[in-house]
Design a binder for this molecule. Structure first.
Ligand SMILES: Cc1ncc(COP(=O)(O)O)c(CNCCCC(=O)O)c1O
Length: 453
């Protein structure tokens, strides 16, 4: 393959991996000790290095190391963490004003962001948008909107789902530890149904969408179809393990939502904004949600989230029913407008597809050369390697940890995820250069081969 990833925006840091010290280096170690003395234990850490600069596909730390970034701050800095256009627009806004609160006075950028989302999200129907700050807030407000629109209370969620860490979204998230442990009681109106994980079908179900959809419909009927305000699904389940639902599952949910008058909420907070090679991941499924949620890469690191959907649903809440002090903060709106500008020519989606091509070229041989790579899955620049014993499919979280540690020591920042913690995921910035991408993938492939021995 000769194509290379066109650089969308010249990075400000040398785009090459460089190890000046062991990872983490001495200055990071000292700073980490201070962090431990000042910061709650409640925050986990994937790689305890302290960052000085980051851009393109590189993170530079206090010890002078340059690490290849396969995390993008968990699918956020798709345009590079020092994207020039984002910085320019936010800097100009900083000069004007940082905040006035959109419930107090208005500013044009809020409307412009909503307009872009109304015009560019899937669904050929009149839309409205509400802006918030975090992904969990978007999820919470989608539920408020669906409840106001339907007069119903229950929310259908799925196995292996992740929707946030607030009280309601914690309840919607499937994995108990670390997200829900010791934090109960949780809201009772969250009802969980089977998902359609092609590698690990729900217990007692045949693989594929049909059996899962039958089970979902049985769950809906068991609780009373007219009790459900919403069903919430990720087009690719992120924290649950980068699970691409079995073909037909999401279109089947669309049919069930229509059949029973349930609001279909598609949570694109991790998979959206070009990450999978289309602007929105649900485009791969040919499905438009009644509400669609965005955050993370929406504003490339400045906190912003959004609920976009059918006007008649979005206008159901009474005036004053939605809001938040920082909801749609002007700095974040300017960042989002800078992001939208850079999506216009389609280069970022082409990059996402190229990233998948290169990753599969380098990683897929491991499916046959080792007996612990159970699946390489995902779309575009949202890819994952599931570690499990051949035959039994026993999850190998130990290998995922070992592989990630080896990558970190070599200066490649990878993250793990998955219900069983046995998934290594790739979330490189969409502006990463092909040479740097290949370097990081070769390190990862070698770490997997070494761990498999
Ligand atoms: C699909 C999907 N919906 C909602 C959310 C929540 O977004 P917030 O901005 O973290 O609240 C996420 C956030 N995912 C990363 C969380 C990492 C962690 O907290 O350990 C998501 O992926």
């Amino acid at each position: 393959m000769t194509e290379t990833l066109p650089a969308v925006d010249a990075a400000t840091i040398a785009q090459s991996r460089h190890l000046a010290t062991a990872i983490p280096g001495p200055r990071s170690a000292a700073l980490h000790a201070e962090r431990t003395a000042q910061v709650t234990n409640g925050f986990g850490i994937a790689l305890p290095v302290f960052v000085t600069r980051a851009d393109g596909g590189i993170i530079e730390d206090v010890d002078g190391n340059r690490l290849i970034d396969f995390a993008s701050g968990i699918a956020v800095t798709s345009l590079g963490a020092s994207n020039k256009r984002v910085a320019q627009r936010v800097a100009a806004q900083l000069e004007a004003f940082t905040h006035t609160c959109f419930m107090v006075t208005e500013y044009e950028s809020f409307t412009q962001v909503c307009k872009w989302l109304n015009e560019n999200t899937p669904g050929d129907f009149e839309k409205r948008t509400g802006l918030f700050s975090t992904g969990a807030e978007a999820v919470e407000n989608a539920i408020k909107i669906a409840r106001a629109a339907t007069g119903r209370a229950n929310v259908l969620v799925f196995d292996e789902a992740y929707h946030g860490r607030s009280l309601l979204t914690m309840a919607m998230t499937a994995k108990v530890n670390p997200y829900k442990l010791n934090f109960g009681p949780l809201p009772a109106e969250i009802i969980r149904a089977a998902s359609a994980n092609p590698l690990r079908p729900a217990q007692g179900l045949a693989a594929g969408a049909e059996a899962a959809l039958e089970s979902v419909e049985a769950t809906i009927l068991e609780h009373g179809a007219d009790t459900f305000a919403a069903m919430v699904i990720e087009p690719i389940q992120g924290e649950g393990g980068f699970i691409v639902p079995a073909a037909g599952f999401i279109p089947g949910l669309r049919k069930l939502a229509d059949k029973y008058g349930i609001v279909l909420v598609i949570d694109e907070i991790q998979a959206g904004m070009g990450r999978t090679g289309t602007l929105f991941a649900s485009e791969h499924e040919g499905v438009a949600g009644d509400l669609i949620l965005t955050a993370k890469a929406l504003a490339n690191g400045v906190p912003l989230s959004a609920v976009t959907g059918r006007a008649e649903l979005m206008n159901a809440p009474h005036a004053g029913g939605l809001g938040g002090t920082y909801a749609g903060n002007p700095l974040a709106c300017e960042a989002a407008l800078a992001v939208f500008e850079q999506f216009e020519d389609g280069t970022l989606m082409q990059n996402a597809k190229r990233i998948e091509e290169v990753a599969r070229e380098i990683l897929e041989p491991l499916l046959t050369s080792t007996n612990v790579v159970a699946e390489i899955r995902g779309r575009g620049a949202m890819l994952a390697i599931e570690l499990a014993d051949a035959g039994t499919l026993a999850p190998r979280a130990d290998l995922a940890k070992e592989i990630s540690a080896a990558c970190h020591a070599a200066g490649v920042l990878t993250l793990t995820c998955g219900t069983h913690g046995n998934v290594v995921r790739l979330l490189p910035p969409l502006v990463i250069g092909e040479e740097l991408l290949r370097d990081g993938l070769i390190v990862l492939a070698q770490a997997i081969a070494d761990a498999a021995k």
